[in-house]
Design a protein around this ligand. Structure first.
Ligand code: K7E
Ligand code: CUA
Ligand code: CA
Length: 639
C-alpha cells in the first residue's frame, strides 16, 4: 500500500501531469449535481475535494488478450438493465458472445413473437419492456452449479429463469401483491432452492383503489419463489421498503437493505431519518409460520403472507439500524458478513452472521450488537465484492472509485485497535454502481478480475450523440495493486453481473427433440396427426390454419402454401439439420413475423393473413450458400 493512496492525494502520470485532473473535477462536479441529495445529506462537501489516487489504467497490465480461436476462462452474465435482456461476455476478452432476450421482445430470435416464447412470457407478454438488474446463477453447497440463471424485472414486477444448458428463458413469474422487484438473490445452500426477491415499492394492500393517498397503510413484501417450479411460495410483510439483498452460506438467513424506513412518498421524506435499516429474515422461522398456518392472504392471491413487520410477534424478522439510505448488500464469500453499503453515509456496515442466532433468540440487548464493524470508505458507497483473500472492494459512486479494504482490519479497527483497513483507492471512469469479481458470489471466489460497472462513460469512447454508453471496466485484482486493464462500453444498462468459470456450465449445442421448451408445440402437432420430422402439411380448422413444415438447408419443406384472407395462420417449422450452428429462420415479409429455428428445434408463430396476394417468406439466419434462395410463397386468396 502506498502512502499517497492512503492519504487520497494525487499522483502524477508518467508525463508529469496531474492525471485526469480536469476530467475528474468536471465529473465530480457533475456527479454532485446529479446526486445533490446524497452529497448534501451526507454533509460532506465534494466540490473542493483533493485529487484522489490515480488509477493504473496506463502502464503494464497482465496479458488479457484472448487470441482469435481461443476460448475465455469465464462466462460473464451481464444484466441488460432496461433493455430487458441478459448478455453473455467471455471474460477476460469481453467479447460479447450472446444476448438472451428475457423481458424484452427480440426481432432476431422472435422472442415475444413465437408461441414458445409467448408461453414463457404468459400474461405479461403484453409488455415489451423490462428492467433487469440482478442476474444470479443457481447454487449447490455455496458453489455455482450452472443449472439456471435467475433475474429480476423491476419494470413489470417479474422474475425470470434462464436455462443454462440452452441459454433460453424458460419461466417467468409475475409476483402478486408487489410493485417493482428489485433486489434478487438465491439460496446458496444446500441448493437453489429459493429465489428471494425484494418488492421495492410500498403500496396499499390489496392495491385495488383503497387507501390511495394514505401512505401510512402502504407496505411491501419480501418474496420467496421456488427455483424448481417458479411458483411464489410465500411472502413476508415488512416495514419500510426493500432495496438490495443477499443470503448467507447456510440457507438460514437473508438480509435486505431499506432506504425508506420513513415510509416517505417523496424524496425529502425518504431522507429524513439518520438511520434506516437492514432487515434480517429467518428462513426457518418463516417456513414454520407458514407450516403453522400463521399467515394471511391478500386480495385474489392465495400465496401465504407472513407478518414480518416490527409489530408482529411471529419473530421472523429483525431490523438492524444502519446509517442513512443503505443500498447494496453483499455477503462476504467466507460466509461471515452481510455488508451493507451506506450510500448517503460514507460507511459500510458489517453484520456478523454468526451473531444472528442470538439476535433472533432475543439474547442481544440491542440489534446493533450484530454490527462487527462500520468502516469509513468514501463518498457514496453502493456495492461490495470480494477476492476470497479477506479483502472487500466497495464502489463509491460520488468519489468515482473502487475502495479495496481488509475486512479483518476493519473489525479490529472498530474494536479500538489502531490499524488501517483501506488498502487502495482506484479511480474508475466514471461513477460506479455495482462491482463484481470473478466467482465472488460463491465460496469459490478466486480474486482474479473485478468489474466496475460505471454509470457514465463521458469521454472514454468515440462520441455517439447525447446518449452515452455505460462503461464497464475490468480491473486486475490478482496482485497487491488494482489495475484497470480494459474498458467495455455497454448499452442501457447493466446494473450487475455474475462471472463463473467456464467448466461450471455444460451446454447443448443442438436441441434434443424431446426438449420441454417446445413440448406443447409438439403435442399440438401430434393432435393434428403430424410427424414434425417428416410431414409438410396444411391443416385447416375453421379459419385457423396450421402449416407444418421441416427445414433442411437450403430448403423449407414447403415452397408454398395457400390460405384465405382473414385466416389465423400458425406456422410450425422443425429444423431437421443436425449440424452444430446451422440455424434457420422464418420471416414473412410485411407480417411482423420472425423466428429462430436452431438445429433440431421446433418453432412456431401465429399471425393473421390479412392481405390477399403473394407474400414471400424467407430464411433470415444465414445457413448455406443458397441461403438467399431459401424462400417460399404464402398465397393468400381474397376473402
Ligand atoms: Cu445498485 Cu438495481 Cu443492484 Cu443498479 S442496483 S447500481
Ligand atoms: Cu436457412 Cu438461411
Ligand atoms: Ca431513509
Amino acid at each position: 500500500m502506498s502512502d499517497e493512496n492512503k492519504d487520497n492525494k494525487p499522483t502524477e502520470s508518467p508525463e508529469g501531469l496531474p492525471a485526469n485532473a480536469g476530467r475528474r473535477r468536471f465529473l465530480v462536479g457533475s456527479a454532485v449535481v446529479g446526486a445533490a441529495g446524497m452529497a448534501g445529506v451526507a454533509g460532506v462537501g465534494t466540490l473542493t475535494r483533493s485529487e484522489p489516487a490515480q488509477s493504473a489504467s496506463e502502464g503494464d497490465g497482465p496479458d488479457i488478450h484472448v487470441a482469435p480461436g481461443e476460448l475465455d476462462e469465464y462466462y460473464g452474465f451481464w444484466s441488460g438493465g432496461h433493455s430487458g435482456e441478459v448478455r453473455i461476455y467471455g471474460v477476460p476478452s469481453m467479447r460479447e458472445i450472446m444476448r438472451i432476450p428475457v423481458f424484452n421482445h427480440c426481432s432476431a430470435s422472435g422472442w415475444g413473437m413465437t408461441n414458445e416464447s409467448k408461453r414463457v412470457l404468459g400474461d405479461s407478454h403484453r409488455f415489451t419492456n423490462g428492467d433487469a438488474h440482478h442476474p444470479h446463477v443457481s447454487y449447490t453447497d455455496g458453489s455455482h452449479d450452472g443449472r439456471y440463471l435467475f433475474i429480476n424485472d423491476k419494470a413489470n414486477t417479474r422474475v425470470a429463469r434462464i436455462r443454462l444448458d440452452v441459454f433460453k428463458t424458460d419461466k417467468i413469474v409475475t409476483v402478486p401483491n408487489a410493485q417493482a422487484i428489485h433486489g434478487l438473490r438465491l439460496q446458496k445452500a444446500p441448493r437453489t432452492g429459493y429465489v428471494f426477491a425484494n418488492a421495492e415499492y410500498m403500496i396499499p394492500q390489496p392495491n385495488d383503489g383503497r387507501d390511495l393517498d394514505d401512505p401510512s397503510k402502504y407496505f411491501t413484501l419480501w418474496n420467496a419463489i421456488d427455483g424448481d417450479t417458479m411458483e411464489v411460495k410465500w411472502q413476508v410483510m415488512v416495514d419500510g421498503n426493500l432495496d438490495n439483498m443477499d443470503t448467507d452460506y447456510t440457507g438460514k438467513y437473508a438480509a435486505a437493505t431499506c432506504y425508506n424506513s420513513e415510509g416517505g412518498v417523496d424524496l425529502a421524506s425518504k431522507m429524513r431519518a439518520d438511520r434506516d435499516w437492514v432487515v434480517v429474515f429467518s428462513i426457518e422461522r418463516i417456513e414454520q409460520a407458514v407450516a403453522d398456518g400463521n399467515y394471511t392472504t391478500i386480495g385474489d392471491s392465495d400465496v401465504p403472507v407472513v407478518d414480518g413487520r416490527k409489530s408482529s410477534d411471529l419473530n421472523v424478522t429483525r431490523y438492524v439500524p444502519v446509517p442513512k439510505n443503505p443500498h447494496g448488500l453483499n455477503t462476504s464469500t467466507d460466509g461471515k458478513y452481510f455488508i451493507a453499503a451506506g450510500k448517503l453515509s460514507p460507511t459500510a456496515t458489517m453484520i456478523e452472521i454468526a451473531r444472528l442466532d442470538a439476535l433472533f433468540a432475543g439474547e442481544l440487548s440491542d440489534a446493533r450488537d450484530v454490527v462487527a464493524a462500520e468502516p469509513e470508505l468514501g463518498l457514496g458507497p453502493l456495492h461490495t465484492t470480494y477476492d476470497g483473500r479477506g479483502n472487500a472492494y466497495t464502489t463509491v459512486f460520488i468519489d468515482s472509485q473502487i475502495v479495496k479494504w481488509n475486512m479483518d482490519a476493519a473489525v479490529r479497527n472498530y474494536n479500538g485497535e489502531d490499524v488501517d483497513y483501506i488498502i487502495q483507492k482506484l479511480d474508475v471512469q466514471y461513477q460506479p454502481g455495482h462491482n463484481h469479481a470473478t466467482l465472488a458470489e460463491s465460496k469459490d471466489a478466486d480474486g482474479k478480475y473485478l468489474f466496475s460497472l460505471n454509470k457514465f462513460s463521458k469521454d472514454r469512447y468515440l462520441p455517439v450523440g447525447p446518449l452515452h454508453p455505460e462503461n464497464d471496466q475490468m480491473i486486475d485484482i490478482s496482485g497487491d495493486e488494482m489495475k484497470v486493464v480494459h474498458d467495455t462500453p455497454t448499452f442501457a444498462e447493466p446494473h450487475d453481473a455474475v462471472i463463473i468459470r467456464r467448466d461450471q456450465i455444460t451446454t447443448k449445442q443442438v436441441w434434443e427433440r424431446d426438449d420441454p421448451f417446445f413440448a406443447e408445440t409438439v403435442a399440438r402437432a401430434k393432435a393434428d396427426g403430424i410427424n414434425l420430422e417428416t410431414d409438410n402439411q396444411v391443416i385447416r380448422d375453421g379459419n385457423q390454419v396450421r402449416v407444418y413444415m421441416t427445414s433442411v438447408a437450403p430448403n423449407f419443406g414447403m415452397p408454398e402454401f395457400t390460405v384465405k384472407q382473414g385466416d389465423e395462420v400458425t406456422v410450425t417449422i422443425t429444423n431437421m439439420d443436425k449440424v452444430e450452428d446451422l440455424t434457420h429462420g422464418f420471416c414473412v415479409v410485411g407480417h411482423g413475423v420472425s423466428m429462430e429455428i436452431s438445429p433440431q428445434q421446433t418453432s412456431s408463430i401465429t399471425f393473421t393473413a390479412d392481405k390477399p396476394g403473394v407474400h414471400w417468406y424467407y430464411c433470415n439466419w444465414f445457413c448455406h450458400a443458397l441461403h438467399m434462395e431459401m424462400t417460399g410463397r404464402m398465397l393468400v386468396e381474397p376473402a
